[in-house]
Design a protein around this ligand. Structure first.
Ligand SMILES: [Zn+2]
Ligand SMILES: [Zn+2]
Length: 170
């Protein structure tokens, strides 16, 4: 979905463009890798483009709901990411200092919401997902889920370097 913000950029108008966009089934694949997700329920963005101090500005809220694997036990976990932000909009050709307050439009006067989603969602995705902060993970030996109880395997073997020390003190 693309927003034409030409009207907003005319400084004598006070237009507001409300928008709401949910990614289509066909593009969910493009977002799977970005989110490291297994299955996407929905990814959407909503908000408005308006004028502030004579410049076009976008206020947005992004919501993503999907499943991903726990980094420790591989169990499928439900994830819900919600965040909001605000950016001033400027064309690439405009001489604006490079800072995080601005979003540069690839095509003059056009906001491509799908690309916008990709850029800002990528910044909010956690490095890894956990089913629980205290997830115990899987046993290194038998692969059993330690969250379900002790699998009975012997605890970690003593590091050979420490064995030498043990003998040293005998
Ligand atoms: Zn887990
Ligand atoms: Zn085990």
């Amino acid at each position: 979905m693309k927003l034409n913000i030409e009207l907003i950029r005319k400084k004598d108008t006070l237009n507001v463009i409300d928008f709401e966009y949910e990614i289509e089934e066909a593009v969910k694949g493009e977002f799977l890798g970005l989110l490291s997700a297994d299955k996407i329920n929905f990814v959407k963005i909503e908000g408005a483009v308006a004028q502030e101090h004579g410049f076009p500005v976008i206020n947005y809220k992004i919501c993503a709901d999907f499943t991903a694997d726990c980094a420790r036990c591989s169990k499928e976990t439900q994830q819900n990411i919600v965040f909001a932000g605000k950016k001033y909009l400027a064309d690439k050709s405009e001489d604006k200092e490079d800072n995080d307050d601005y979003y540069r439009l690839e095509n003059a006067g056009i906001v491509d919401l799908r690309e916008y989603l990709k850029e800002f969602l990528a910044l909010e995705v956690p490095l890894r997902y956990l089913c629980d902060e205290d997830c115990l993970g899987l046993c290194e030996k038998c692969g059993g889920d330690l969250n379900l109880g002790d699998c009975g395997c012997a605890k970690k073997e003593i590091n050979p370097a420490f064995k030498v020390l043990e003998n040293f003190f005998d």
